[in-house]
Design a protein around this ligand. Structure first.
Ligand SMILES: Cc1ncc(COP(=O)(O)O)c(C=O)c1O
Length: 374
């Protein structure tokens, strides 16, 4: 039986050609010319003045938080239902993540609950767009403006997506992308920061590279890390970016196919095809078991693995993370919608290399599983 992995990237454009160019010219480090070209082309695509390539999306969030001056005791509002990169970027700086429950329609942070979480210590809001539909940017930006808060936009999963016609990644004081292989543009590992502020861009570049002092090399006034991005990664990224529009079409075709096949399956909630501000881009095709379905997403994963289908459970909430509970940073907070998504949500194979035949097999197996368990 063929195993259908949850994700496989598509690397059959100019990736090999540009990689060979790196090897032929000897430019493989972060100093190579593809890095700046990728930064330029990516920021043009997102409509931002500056793009700063870094080693991964997590690093991008860490640098964004540090560049915006978030520090000890500051509070940053974010969804509890997200990847831990968001919370870790904040807690690493001694700041405190303040969580918001999810909207069950879009699976993003409930924008209407953000304002109530503001205190005198709030310094920033982190907008995170999840699974294929953007969060409600306008509502959140209005709150940020009202209270003079910084905005970090985590658009890791939203490369090629728009909110009301404007690119995701264009809304934060600093915004971040990830280029992990399940993203719409991959570089293996990688990430990028975007901003329109020359000062913030320069700060991000410094933080990316060990905070070398400008005047004397190997002298440092601050603690940072090596978050550099290589010419090899940029070579792959440039080839991927050439095909982004085609990739978005491909993803939407996949979403349409799965929706048609699964929309009448009892017990399953499908992702929204659109909202009034965006059409779903299907970073991955997520499914949520209805409350009356007696099993959880981990059991689904076991059942589908046996059938040769790769899946992933949804994110585990930040307020339920042992690392934060053990430190006593969260105690008895509950966020019912997020907890429900974390226990009942999963995604099925959705990579760009997925064939129509594989999609058909996946849909058949999901339908069969739902019949068996009900
Ligand atoms: C919303 C979100 N933010 C941040 C990240 C972290 O990106 P990376 O894996 O490149 O560190 C991811 C990764 O999947 C993500 O989905």
């Amino acid at each position: 039986m063929e195993f259908i992995p949850v994700n496989e990237p598509l690397l059959n454009g100019n990736e090999k050609k540009y990689l060979c160019e790196c090897i032929d010219t000897g430019w493989i480090s972060s100093e190579g010319p593809f890095v700046q070209e990728f930064e330029r082309k990516m920021s043009a695509k997102v409509g931002r003045k500056y793009g700063i390539a870094v080693s991964n999306g997590t690093a991008a969030l860490e640098i964004a938080a540090q560049a915006l001056g978030i520090g000890q005791g500051d509070e940053v509002i974010m969804p509890t239902f997200t990847i831990i990169s968001c919370a870790m970027a904040i807690t690493k700086l001694g700041a405190v993540p303040v969580f918001v429950d999810s909207d069950l329609n879009t699976w993003n942070m409930n924008a209407d609950e953000v304002e109530a979480r503001i205190t005198s210590k709030t310094k920033a809001i982190m907008i995170v767009h999840l699974y294929g539909l953007p969060a409600e940017v306008d509502t959140i930006l209005a709150v940020a403006r009202k209270y003079n808060l910084k905005v970090i936009e985590d658009a890791a999963e939203m490369i090629g997506q728009t909110y009301n016609g404007k690119a995701c990644g264009s809304f934060g004081d600093i915004s971040a992308f990830s280029f992990y292989p399940n993203k719409h543009v991959t570089t293996g590992e990688g990430g990028m920061l975007f901003t329109d502020s020359e000062e913030l861009a320069e700060r991000c570049r410094t933080l990316r590279n060990l905070c070398f002092r400008k005047d004397i090399r190997y002298v440092h006034d601050e603690i940072s890390d090596n978050y550099r991005f290589t010419n090899l990664q940029a070579a792959v990224g440039l080839a991927q970016l050439e095909r982004l529009d085609e990739f978005v079409i491909r993803k939407r075709k996949m979403g349409k196919y799965y929706t048609e096949r699964l929309k009448n399956v009892e017990g399953l909630t499908l992702p929204l095809e659109c909202t009034d501000y965006a059409d779903n881009i299907y970073w991955v095709f997520g499914l949520v078991l209805n409350r009356d379905v007696c099993i959880d997403n981990k059991r689904v994963q076991e059942l589908l693995t046996k059938e040769g289908i790769g899946t992933r459970t949804f994110f585990w909430c930040m307020h339920e993370q042992p690392v934060y509970r053990n430190k006593g940073w969260v105690t008895n907070e509950t966020y019912p919608n997020a907890e429900y998504l974390a226990r009942k949500g999963f995604y099925i194979p959705s990579g760009l290399a997925l064939t129509e035949k594989q999609m058909e097999i996946v849909a058949d197996k999901v339908i069969k599983m739902m019949q068996v368990i009900r």
